[in-house]
Design a binder for this molecule. Structure first.
Ligand code: F6P
Length: 373
């Protein structure tokens, strides 16, 4: 009997999701003769049993499309808001897996999705995941699809900001997404030639940033581009943030965890104002005019780059092969030119940060880019 495959996309959308759905779906049907269905809007749609059959023309013409034809949500099976209350709907999700006689559920998503998928694996479901995120923070994979497209968009934005910063002799502080990691700001900052790059992995000292900008001025460069990751923090705030994160990780019981989470959320709320605060502080400390540009969701929109289409197709088709072989409980990781199954327990709950000895960091410093420390 043909294998029954279910697919869903979960978490924030990202360019390359459709290419991955197409890769899994077409390879599963064409190369291996399987039946494929999709669940709408992530785990929410699976819980509500909203299904679309991924056969016929539905997988055609989507390779180049941004977003996800299935829709997505940030809902988790074990904590789903239902009529204003948080409910554990895991059993309903498991029932719907059984109702469709699935042999496997393929979950396309970032860090949160990997954790939720691992929970379902522990409930006895056959699960395979693919790494998707513009943040590039999924552990155990060289790269995730979505990152390259966002990197291109953010780099182009920095390129464009250069001419206006130059004409007005201004500082332009450009905020780049990335959640708690700096891959996107670091990559785009280097590729776009930003003068200062601030990332969460390197807490910054605003006085030192101002001094670096003043130094450029003394050398006759009367504008500066500061590429700042949305998660970048000044030193004091970073210490509080990482301490609260550790307390949450090491919490002995629910009460402790809840307390640490509440502290983290408070710091995150303050952190959300960092870019504007930084711009105001730099204006005061340097005497130069400063402007803020927040790139936001434009970094997640539109057509994926060829590199993301290739990556998503490579991982998606490899996923179909793993299903054929019955290799379950894994994430299909990008490794060199190939794809490798990595046990989900090695991925779930882990975050791939920028290592402080990463060659990009050294390269940035060598070309005179200030990293805020
Ligand atoms: O994880 C992708 C991402 O775009 C992050 O860079 C960002 O912090 C977050 O999602 C934004 O989430 P939302 O789209 O739910 O506002």
């Amino acid at each position: 009997m043909a294998k029954q495959v279910g697919i869903l996309t979960s978490g924030g959308d990202s360019p390359g999701l459709n290419a991955a759905i197409r890769g899994v779906g077409k390879a599963a049907q064409i190369a291996f003769g399987m039946d494929v269905i999709g669940f709408r809007d992530g785990f929410r749609g699976m819980m509500e049993n909203r299904v679309v059959r991924l056969s016929g023309d539905i997988l055609s013409g989507i390779l180049t499309k941004g977003g996800t034809i299935l829709g997505t949500s940030r809902d988790k099976p074990h904590r789903m808001p239902i009529a204003g209350k948080m409910m554990d709907m895991t059993d309903v999700v498991v029932d719907n897996y059984k109702k469709h006689d699935l042999d496997v559920l393929v979950c396309l998503g970032g860090g949160g999705t990997q954790k939720n998928a691992f929970r379902l694996l522990k409930k006895g479901l056959h699960i395979i995941t693919l790494p998707k995120t513009i943040d590039n923070d999924v552990a155990m994979t060289d790269v995730s699809f979505g990152y390259d497209t966002a990197l291109n968009i953010a780099t182009e934005a920095i390129d464009r900001l250069h001419s206006t910063a130059h004409s007005h002799h201004r500082i332009i502080v450009v905020e780049i997404m990335g959640h708690n990691v700096g891959w996107l700001a670091l990559g785009a900052g280097i590729a776009g030639g930003a003068d200062v790059i601030l990332i969460p992995e390197i807490p910054y000292n605003v006085k030192k940033v101002a001094e670096a900008i003043r130094h450029r001025n003394r050398e006759g460069k009367n504008f500066s581009i500061v590429a700042v990751s949305e998660g970048a923090m000044p030193k004091g705030m970073a210490e509080d943030f990482y301490a609260a994160e550790r307390r949450e990780e090491q919490a002995k019981d629910k009460k402790d965890r809840k307390k640490a989470r509440a502290e983290l959320e408070k710091i995150e709320a303050r952190r959300a104002g960092n870019t504007v605060r930084l711009s105001e502080q730099l204006e005061k400390l340097t005497g130069l005019e400063s402007r803020v540009t927040i790139l936001g969701h434009v970094q997640r929109g539109g057509t994926p780059t060829p590199a993301d289409r290739l990556l998503a197709t490579r991982l998606g088709t490899a996923c179909a092969e793993f299903i054929e072989k019955g290799t379950y409980g894994v994430m299909v990781a990008a490794r060199g030119d190939g794809a490798e199954p990595v046990p989900l327990e090695k991925v779930a709950g882990k975050r791939k940060t920028v290592p402080l000895d990463h060659p990009w960091i050294e390269a940035a410093r060598r070309v005179g880019t200030h990293l805020g420390d």
